[in-house]
Design a binder for this molecule. Structure first.
Ligand SMILES: Cc1ncc(COP(=O)(O)O)c(C=O)c1O
Length: 407
């Protein structure tokens, strides 16, 4: 997180290297001029004055552009070390749809089998409507993924994956995809620009659900696409303008405000994630902990080599016997544990200041290979002792009476 980036704040005329935790605070601010506001303003206008004649104004209409977007787009572009400002969208899914619009007709896509369920659903929809072929891969298996890339048009990477937290060899896969002539899109939502910058490794497109860590307060939906190639940006801007999935000015402003604290939120939530993972690693109620920060995790060495931290999401598989689950209903056992949480909120989503927990297979769209007893924890910024105690108390409360006697 102490990584320095080559570009200074947009408002600073003398470029210099600032650490990323300074950039999140300083990017996208008005220039330091007497009486200038410290924060950018919100422009609430659906249209802009102009006659269409020479020198008559270029903005036109607020589906084309809005000055409120500029500071956030510049900030996200700089944080991802892109050559160009980001493009903001009304949600992460809108950003994903825009990235997928780069595919030709009857295209072939290679995608992790454990991608975010919305991403899996949208490619299924594109299969039905537009003949998209998707090859689902274990993205942690570099050889298998490289093999699947032959003849493909696009490689989609999530790393760590949602919710299995598998870690891809991102630089190696980008190289393999380019060798096969495929465009590379990385969903960098879980890593955030503070932990990984796939464009630096050669990825063509980075997408974010800014709803998660960038906004950070579970009060706004927002997405972003970041590229370094002017031709790609033009196509994506054209898509956004035409399809209209633009973010509202208030949402844009709130996301930039949330971004200010990204570094401190992440530092704290990652520390809590490691604490929770360690507390559950040898717990008798837990069959498996998935967290790349644990040395025993299969993705640990790779994540340590290519990320600047391990993230704030921990997935665990509950032993159904601990809860006294009857038959094969592993999901019910995890549901019992979630129902006993008190400080940690049972809710979908990740990346907010409040810790959340969710059994992912409660969603029909989740990949069937995600274990039914998997609970995904998104750690927030509460006191770590309180969070760990809450989870341990929920496990104790969920314990079946006969197990309690034996234990
Ligand atoms: C990794 C990832 N990408 C994209 C999305 C979609 O973002 P949004 O909910 O903002 O549309 C999500 C949402 O959970 C996600 O987890």
């Amino acid at each position: 997180m102490s990584e320095t980036h080559p570009t200074g704040p947009a408002s600073d005329s003398a470029p210099r290297s600032l650490a990323a935790d300074s950039l999140v605070v300083s990017l996208g601010r008005p220039p330091h001029e007497t009486d200038a506001p410290v924060n950018p303003s919100i422009t609430l206008s659906s249209t802009f004055v102009g006659t269409g004649g020479p020198g008559a104004g270029e903005k036109g209409y607020a589906r084309f552009t809005n000055p409120t977007w500029d500071p956030l787009e510049e900030a996200l572009g700089t944080l991802e070390q892109a050559e160009l400002p980001a493009l903001v969208f009304s949600s992460g899914m809108a950003a994903i749809a825009a990235a997928l619009s780069l595919l030709p007709r009857d295209a072939t896509l290679v995608m992790p089998q454990h991608s975010y369920s919305g991403s899996l659903s949208i490619v299924q929809d594109l299969h039905t409507r537009a003949g998209l072929i998707t090859r689902h891969v274990d993205v942690a298996d570099t050889d298998a993924t490289a093999e699947a890339l032959q003849g493909a048009d696009m490689l989609w990477i999530e790393s760590p994956t949602n919710p299995m937290l598998e870690v891809a060899d991102v630089p190696a896969l980008i190289e393999a995809a380019h060798a096969a002539g495929a465009l590379v899109v990385v969903d960098n939502t879980f890593a955030t620009p503070l932990l990984a910058n796939p464009l630096v490794d050669g990825a063509d497109v980075v997408v974010h659900s800014a709803t998660k860590y960038l906004g950070g307060h579970s009060d706004v939906l927002m997405g972003a696409v970041v590229v370094s190639d002017a031709g790609l940006r033009k196509r994506l801007l054209g898509y956004r303008t035409l399809h209209g999935a633009i973010p509202g000015p208030f949402e844009t402003w709130l996301t930039l405000r949330g971004l200010r604290t990204l570094a401190v939120r992440l530092e704290r939530s990652q520390a809590t994630a490691l604490r929770l993972a360690e507390a559950l690693e040898d717990h008798p109620a837990i069959e498996r902990v998935r967290y790349p920060g644990l040395p025993a995790d299969p993705g640990h060495a790779r994540a340590a080599a290519q990320m600047r931290g391990f993230g704030s999401i921990v997935s665990v598989e509950v032993d159904p016997a601990w809860v006294g689950a009857v038959g094969d209903d592993d999901g019910a056992a995890a549901d019992v544990v979630v129902s006993h949480l008190s400080l940690v909120t049972p809710a979908t989503s990740v990346g907010g200041v409040e810790s959340l927990a969710e059994r992912r297979r409660r969603h029909a769209a989740e990949a069937a290979t995600v274990p039914a007893n998997l609970i995904r924890f998104s750690l927030g910024i509460e006191n770590a002792d309180d969070v760990v105690a809450d989870v341990l108390a929920a496990l104790a409360a969920a314990r079946a009476p006969e197990r309690a006697v034996k234990a």
